[in-house]
Design a protein around this ligand. Structure first.
Ligand code: TXA
Ligand code: MG
Length: 315
């Protein structure tokens, strides 16, 4: 099946084998994870990784996350310390990315790390992602499968709308159930939170028994998730709006009268899962001015507010 110029693969054995075959020859395949759809390439292949940057129109200084099947595979690429072991045991597979010292002989393309001596790694919690990883049998570098600066995709249709004609295939695994990207923690030295995401910071701190240092000033990005205008819908976004003003479309949270609602029940997990789909829908509606209800800033609310603040940032 094709969607415009994009091969849509079913998440069955034949589809997964086709995905692996494309990756093996240096192609780009998008696949679902529990957070968002990733745009995958063989992390050892410079040309393949370069194609990711080209397809996304991504500034080349932004390093990528490598997806692996399990902790044993991670240990082939990175030095594992106690903090990493503790977090991995508690949260992998899952929506947590760890930044770890890169092993010298790891064989990962320098385009993946942007020349850093650290590597961001994640073991996803999604059967289709694992199907692709096991059919391919190698490390898969995968940023979110959206054009740079645009809204992250949580369905295969979102991927097709953003990247058809620029990538080889997408494995259609339905909707991503977490809906915001992974939380990123650097475990090089004392643990540092680099990006709020699908695993709440409170859960990480409870696991480690210590507070996480929050990463650098967002205006000085170490992670491109930290670039100011990111995750942006086309319309102008106004946050913490109890109600819409004239000419605005309201993206609600909780029991408010809204054009679209992240979660009528006020459930943060539901809101996270629906966030990017709602932003895509606002684009599809042609919304030019978007008001967003206040979202509590705890648990997954922190990741949601982070993404919304970027969506509202001047561009
Ligand atoms: O949930 C996710 O993490 C999704 C899915 C596909 O797994 N991926 C994702 O990738 O969000 P991307 O490329 O959109 O975000 C990767 C983030 C960037 O903010 C990047 O700067 C940071 O990871 N990163 C990668 N390597 C790093 C490193 N060595 N040190 C610090 N940050 C790093
Ligand atoms: Mg992204």
């Amino acid at each position: 099946m094709t969607h415009e110029q994009l091969l849509m693969l079913p998440p069955d054995t034949a589809g997964l084998e086709k995905a692996a075959a494309i990756l093996s020859v240096g192609g780009l395949v998008s696949f679902p994870t529990e957070t968002v759809y990733g745009l995958g390439a063989d992390a050892r292949n410079d040309v393949a990784v370069a194609k990711i940057y080209a397809a996304k129109g991504r500034p080349s200084f932004n390093p990528l996350i490598v997806h692996l099947a399990d902790m044993a595979s991670v240990a082939n690429y990175c030095e594992i310390n106690d903090t990493a072991r503790q977090l991995a045991a508690a949260f992998w597979p899952g929506a947590l990315t760890l930044v770890l010292p890169l092993k010298a002989d790891a064989g990962v393309s320098k385009l993946v790390t942007a020349g850093l001596d650290t590597l961001a790694v994640r073991v996803p919690d999604h059967s289709v992602a694992h199907g692709v990883l096991s059919a391919f049998g190698g490390p898969i570098a995968a940023p979110s499968a959206n054009p740079s600066g645009r809204i992250s995709p949580t369905t295969a249709a979102h991927v097709a709308a953003g990247l058809a004609g620029r990538i080889d295939a997408v494995v259609d695994g339905g909707e991503c159930h977490v809906g915001v990207e992974s939380t990123i923690v650097s475990c090089v030295g004392a643990p540092v939170l680099l990006r709020a995401g699908g695993i709440p910071v409170e859960a990480l701190e409870a696991c480690l028994g210590q507070a996480l240092v929050v990463g650098r000033d967002p205006d000085l990005p170490t992670a491109p998730g930290q670039l100011a205008s990111h995750y942006a819908p086309r319309g102008k976004v106004r946050l913490n709006a109890p109600y819409a003003q004239e000419g605005e479309v309201l993206l609600g949270f909780g029991p408010v009268e809204a054009d679209l609602n992240l979660s009528v029940a006020g459930d943060l997990a539901e809101a996270a899962a629906r966030l990017f789909a709602c932003l895509h829908e606002l684009d599809a509606m042609g919304a030019e001015r978007i008001a967003v209800s206040p979202i509590p800033n705890h648990g997954l609310g922190r990741a949601i507010n982070d993404r919304l603040q970027r969506a509202a940032a001047p561009r």
